[in-house]
Design a binder for this molecule. Structure first.
Ligand SMILES: Cc1ncc(COP(=O)(O)O)c(C=O)c1O
Length: 365
């Protein structure tokens, strides 16, 4: 089940000791901890202990807050099986380290998140299309079922059930990546697939990048009992732990009584950006492309009516001051020709109108 590199992995004895040194009265000659008195005083901002080394799994209060949220979604994630990540991108790296050797069959959606492909490719994954019914049994199935990157698609309840059943039947580890679930503009099925994996192996991760601040680099991961400790060990060997300062800031935000209202306001804001974008697309791209209005997330996924490889348009678009992502890049092989990913969260109304006008002109010429 696991990659060869995991065979030699042992828990770090230093990390185990660091876990106990915060106990009252403990005298520590272990570890290389700076004297707490020497740490910078960010007066009134954070307690000095926040600037000391911390536990690999993350701050207990933040793990508990994430656990509450996940259990509310039906995911079997007690606090001791939640780990805070240095961005959810790190979760992809940890999972790939845990499972992927050169040549390991790894199932992904076609198209899928570009930077996940980059990580899996780095460890030598052999990609298999999740939609291919004849695909060989794979160790791992990586999916973004809710407001996917790049397509914005949201899997139905039936599709989620089917994938869970398939993973259970084939002994495939489900790896569900869910950074967009709170950016929801219209109702749709969003119950995690991980909530349907009773008794089998799964990894579920989320992020505070889209709902709070990407620069803090904060995400979280939860996993079934058979996987969690190994993920912790891999993180130990990767970065010891996630920034405690970032965790402190996010803990304050998510435990604030106004957090739910903040998510609602965010969804309202992006819903109106999505609608503005949809209208502008209809004006400029009505005869050039087809698309489905995304019910959440941050992207429109366009299928051009003509078979143009949009990678060839990028330089000219950038020269005219507009950037976009050619859709061809998002599949590990056999690029989906004639597709574009357009983000609608960043540009304002005027920029959206001008940018789409320029792109449409380019395509016409
Ligand atoms: C599907 C998906 N997973 C993971 C990430 C990484 O997010 P983070 O900022 O939490 O590392 C992204 C970022 O865009 C994403 O789209």
């Amino acid at each position: 089940m696991f990659s060869q590199r995991i065979e030699g992995l042992r828990p770090s004895p230093i990390r185990a000791i660091l876990d106990v040194i915060d106990r009252p009265g403990m005298i520590s000659f272990a570890g290389g901890l700076p004297a707490t008195d020497t740490l910078p005083q960010l007066s009134g901002v954070v307690p000095a202990s926040t600037l000391q080394y911390g536990p690999t799994e993350g701050e207990p209060e933040l793990r508990a807050a994430v656990s509450r949220q996940l259990r509310g979604l039906g995911v079997d994630a007690p606090p001791d099986r939640v780990m805070i990540l240095s961005g959810s991108q790190q979760g992809i790296d940890l999972a790939a380290k845990l499972f992927v050797d050169p040549g390991t069959p790894t199932a992904v959606e076609y198209p899928t998140y570009l930077a996940a492909l980059q990580v899996f490719r780095f460890y030598g994954a052999r990609f298999v299309d999740l939609a291919d019914p004849d695909s060989a049994r794979t160790a791992l199935a990586y999916v973004v079922p809710t407001f996917a990157n790049p397509t914005g698609a949201c899997a139905s309840d039936a599709e989620r059930d089917r994938l869970a059943a398939r993973c259970l039947r084939d002994g495939t580890v489900l790896f569900e990546d869910d950074p967009y679930r709170d950016l929801v503009y219209d109702t749709c099925d969003r119950t995690p697939i991980a909530a349907r994996m009773g008794g089998s192996s799964w990894i579920y991760q989320g992020s505070f990048s889209k709902t709070f601040a990407p620069g803090l680099r904060l995400g979280f991961i939860a996993a079934s009992d058979d996987l969690f400790d190994r993920l912790v060990m891999v993180k130990q060997a990767t970065d010891l732990h996630t920034s405690r300062l970032s965790q402190h800031i996010v803990l304050d935000a998510v435990t604030d009584p106004g957090w739910g209202a903040r998510l609602d306001r965010l969804a309202d804001f992006y819903r109106s950006r999505r609608d503005v974008f949809d209208d502008a697309l209809t004006r400029h791209f009505g005869d050039l492309a087809t698309w489905e209005t995304p019910r959440g997330g941050l992207f429109f996924w366009l299928h051009l009516t003509r078979n143009v490889d949009t990678r060839g348009l990028l330089d000219a678009a950038i020269e005219r001051g507009v950037a976009f992502m050619p859709g061809e890049e998002f599949s590990p092989d056999r690029p989906s020709i004639g597709t574009m990913r357009l983000n609608f969260s960043h540009a304002d109304t005027d920029q959206t109108d001008r940018g789409l006008g320029i792109l449409a002109d380019l395509l016409r010429s």
